[in-house]
Design a protein around this ligand. Structure first.
Ligand code: ASP
Length: 320
């Protein structure tokens, strides 16, 4: 009797589960952005979210939960109900670098999430305020080395992309700057434009428009090849710092245990957004590198996150 009751309960739960996946989504979805509005993670979330909303027939509401290099919002996402109504836009920091820098991190990027899909690859650029006293990357390196803590280096909090790629840069130059943390690189960029801070290493989608407008100075892009969005900006290799090659990424995640059907629906909507001409153009204009082929699957993202955590751990421990 007991066994039969249990069986009936399990069958009912299963039916309810698949029914909810079938009707999903029937209310708005919250997408947590673990950084301030206006930065790259926020911009990518809003661009793909807008198109995904149309596919899913429900609004995707962006909620900025900034703090602690993105780990505050990511912790919130990992503990939210796993019903597909709260998802997040994470990145190389929250799901790659953070474990190396936070010994008491409350989530495990490889265990506490269902990967949905990669949204964009984002090359890193070395940028500075407009009147930073260096004409090219070689002069930049010399200046930063000579002036050390007189140089104010902005970043989006410990463990963020700008922080980890920033310490990678200064450790390669062999100096230490003064670190100026923000809740995201949206506000950091505003202060770079107004000259309150001196330098920043950040994701291309945040800086491309300002570089084109000439409100900030770009020294190099840290990828093996130039970006079609910024064809005049040399690579670090061309500009004389070949060892500094680093690229970041943004990707969507749901809480662990979110049903496979719901994850598949979200992945399909994301892939559709990346194939949509308008969405694609907006991302490419900002310099994003769009995932292709197997890079678009949830399974690929799961494997990639595990590799990223492994990759960043020794690098960041060594450069600390
Ligand atoms: N690009 C930022 C970082 O440095 C985060 C953001 O504002 O999206 O991690």
């Amino acid at each position: 009797m007991k066994f039969l009751a249990k069986l009936a309960f399990a069958a009912a739960a299963l039916a309810a589960g698949s029914a909810s996946a079938q009707t999903y989504p029937n209310k708005p979805i919250t997408m947590i952005v673990p950084f301030a509005a206006g930065g790259p993670t926020d911009v990518i979330a809003r661009i793909v979210g807008e198109n995904m909303s149309r596919t899913l027939g429900q609004q995707i509401v962006i909620e900025n939960v900034a703090g602690a290099g993105g780990t505050t919002g990511t912790t919130r996402a990992s503990t939210s109900a796993n019903d597909g109504y709260t998802v997040m836009m994470g990145h190389m920091g929250t799901h790659g670098a953070a474990p190396a820098l936070y010994p008491n991190l409350k989530y495990d990027p490889t265990k506490d999430f269902e990967p949905i899909g990669l949204a964009a690859g984002t090359p890193i650029l070395i940028v500075a305020k407009k009147n930073f006293p260096a004409a090219d990357l070689k002069a930049f390196v010399e200046y930063v080395k000579a002036n050390g803590d007189k140089v104010n280096q902005a970043h989006a909090g410990v463990g963020s992309v700008s922080h980890s790629t920033g310490i990678l840069l200064t450790s390669q130059i062999g100096t230490k700057t003064t670190q100026v943390p923000y809740t995201g690189t949206g506000p950091a960029l505003n202060d770079l434009i107004s000259g309150q801070v001196d330098i920043l290493t950040d994701q291309i989608v945040n800086v491309a428009e300002q570089i084109r407008a000439g409100t900030i100075r770009a020294y190099a892009i840290a990828t093996p090849a130039r970006s079609p969005a910024l064809p005049d900006i040399p690579t670090t290799k061309e500009a004389g710092l070949p060892g500094y090659e680093v690229s970041a990424w943004n990707a969507m995640f749901a809480a662990k245990g979110t049903s496979k059907d719901i994850v598949a629906k979200l992945n399909e909507a994301l892939v559709k957004a990346l194939d949509d001409e308008t969405t694609k153009k907006r991302l490419l204009d900002l310099g994003a590198v769009l995932p292709s082929g197997e890079e678009r699957t949830s399974a690929w993202l799961g494997t990639f996150v595990a590799k990223e955590v492994e990759r960043w751990n020794p690098v960041l421990k060594a450069s600390k």
